[in-house]
Write a protein that binds this ligand. Structure first.
Ligand SMILES: [Fe+2]
Length: 325
């Protein structure tokens, strides 16, 4: 433990020991002063020490403190991204803090957010696009329940997340407080990737026998044969890429603007490994939420089945659009 942390731990123990005689707010102010002096440059560390300290307090005292010092407590809550990315223990501590703060804390946080509604720059209101077919239209290859959850819950969450991230960045511009610019920039990239790729995904599928399945034709087929050797070689390459995605991600067929060729790549999550200067025209979602209800851990079976719902005519339209034809 660093010397700064030792001083803070000592201060924490001291606060707890004197809790019976000092008022809760005095103890908290003492904690704030000691933590700021002890760490200074690391707000995240300050927040983590606060969480440890907060666990030792009774809920009533903590609520009183959140009323006295809402800005600092709000800062801890807004630091959730760093906390949730770190260890499970810190995640539990954060969730424990939220539980302690309860309804009063959430209300106060919401009020705090409302105080900074000034935004700088125009915002796009992203919306969930409707599916071009019913939820059960891709049966038996993709089941209706998976489609409903995938579209109405997962994709909706990406739309909401993107709107939230872009609003927070606009708020940061308005207030000049860019403390969380890294956090919200990452959220914007993650959710924008999810919104873009899922919109692509719904459109390059169609009910089997009604636009779904079959073979690529026309210009798309010509470029596939030119750049992969054959349609079968492309399928094998694409399926292998999808199967080998580490964790959650996508297999994508890109059109590269610089030399006008097609290439198969993976994406981790929905935004990592994406190269510059390429545009996806076909994508296969291999997050577990895309197949687990029906296929459980059998990702290969899902990939094999998915070819039966690929809308090659739409993929060709995507290709022509990006080529400007
Ligand atoms: Fe998905």
């Amino acid at each position: 433990m660093s010397s700064a942390s030792e001083r803070l731990s000592s201060g924490t123990r001291s606060s707890v020991t004197n809790k019976s005689t000092a008022s809760a707010s005095t103890a908290f102010q003492s904690f704030r002063r000691s933590s700021m002096l002890g760490i200074g440059a690391s707000q995240g560390s300050t927040h983590r020490v606060f969480l440890s300290w907060a666990k030792l307090q009774n809920p009533r005292a903590l609520l009183r403190l959140s009323a006295r010092c809402p800005k600092f407590v709000v800062g801890c809550i807004q630091d959730e991204g760093a906390l949730l990315r770190s260890s499970p223990m810190e995640r539990r501590e954060f969730l424990g803090l939220l539980s302690l703060l309860g309804t009063v804390g959430a209300t106060r946080w919401a009020a705090q957010q409302g105080q900074h509604e000034a935004l700088s720059g125009a915002l796009t209101e992203h919306k969930l696009p409707p599916l071009p077919y019913p939820y059960d239209a891709l049966e038996p290859y993709i089941d209706a329940k998976t489609m409903e959850l995938h579209h109405s819950k997962h994709h909706q969450a990406y739309v909401d997340g993107l709107n939230r991230a872009e609003r927070e960045l606009a708020r940061a511009r308005a207030t000049g407080d860019f403390t969380y610019v890294e956090y919200w920039s990452k959220k914007a990239a993650f959710n924008a990737g999810g919104h873009f790729l899922h919109t692509l995904f719904w459109n390059i599928m169609a009910p089997p026998g009604k636009g779904g399945g079959g073979e690529p034709t026309g210009l798309l087929r010509q470029l596939i044969e030119r750049d992969f050797g054959s349609v079968d070689a492309f399928r094998r390459h694409f399926a292998a890429a999808a199967l080998a995605v580490e964790g959650s991600g996508w297999a994508l067929l890109h059109y590269r603007l610089a030399d006008g060729r097609l290439l198969v790549l993976q994406a981790e999550n929905q935004h990592k490994l994406a190269p510059w200067g390429t545009v996806p025209i076909l994508g296969l979602d291999v997050w577990e939420h895309a197949y687990y209800l029906k296929y459980q851990n059998r990702r290969k079976d899902y990939i094999d089945a998915w070819w039966n719902v690929v809308n090659w005519a739409q993929v060709q339209e995507n290709l022509q659009a990006v080529m400007g034809k």
